[in-house]
Design a protein around this ligand. Structure first.
Ligand code: ZN
Length: 245
């Protein structure tokens, strides 16, 4: 079955307030796809998983999702990320863990693919530049690939003349996928943006017109910070939400 209007989200990180704000904006889309990291860092991992499940949002796994169920090495996680993994483990019920275990690393949908890191290394690679993107361009079997992991909205493309293009994406930016040979888009993070814009980030893609647009929406950050303090999560994880980095 092929859909037309998609909401694209990624890196929710247990931030239910941000997720709810984004979902309210996506009420008109036919299908929502998530590029991973539903949990980790934020105070409401269970609520975020349930929301994703209840709304039939299709998701792949991110490194944090797999770290929580012991399927991803946390050797490279910093102290704060590790504290969040431990907090998240304590919150999740058996059924939540089963859900995370069942998430695939990559999906194909309509005319696009979705992976958290890169098609070369789904849970580890950061695709930040054209050179990072080359192995993914090679592996793509569809014209468009959505990624997450980097927490900053970004566009990278191989053009029809063989040259490459790439730039950060800002609120309201639009792209016509058909203009390029291969396109990789990071829609930025819902729950922990790192491009110095603290607003939640998401994308809308129309697979019929091939038009993609990037959007930002404010949410009640203080509310999340209060929940994080009550949960005993590291102060720096809470502070960074306001700074957007
Ligand atoms: Zn993430």
């Amino acid at each position: 079955m092929s859909f037309m209007l998609y909401g694209i989200i990624t890196d929710i990180h247990g931030n239910l307030e941000a997720l709810a704000a984004v979902l309210a904006q996506l009420q008109g889309v036919e299908r929502i796809v998530c590029a991973g990291d539903i949990v980790g860092y934020g105070p409401e991992p269970v609520e975020c998983i349930n929301k994703i499940k209840d709304l039939g949002i299709v998701s792949i796994a991110g490194n944090h999702d797999k770290a929580v169920v012991g399927e991803h090495d946390t050797r490279w996680f910093n102290k704060r990320a590790l504290a969040a993994v431990e907090f998240t483990k304590q919150q999740l019920k058996f059924e939540n863990l089963e859900y995370l275990r069942g998430l695939p690393l990559e999906i194909h949908e309509d005319d696009f693919q979705v992976v958290h890191g890169s098609l070369h290394s789904p849970l580890e690679d950061y695709v930040v530049s054209v050179s990072d993107a080359l192995p993914t361009f090679e592996k793509m079997t569809k014209p468009l690939c959505f990624v997450g992991h980097y927490h900053r909205p970004l566009f990278l493309a191989r053009k029809k003349d063989g040259f490459y293009a790439g730039h950060a994406l800002l609120d309201g930016d639009e792209l016509l996928i058909d203009d390029y040979d291969r396109v990789i888009i990071n829609v930025g993070a819902v729950g922990q943006p790192r491009d110095r814009d603290p607003r939640a980030s998401y994308g809308i893609y129309n697979s019929k017109t091939k038009l993609f647009s990037l959007h930002r929406i404010p949410y009640e950050i203080e509310k999340v910070q209060d929940k994080m303090t009550k949960a005993g999560l590291p102060q720096q994880l809470s502070d960074r939400l306001k700074l957007g980095r």
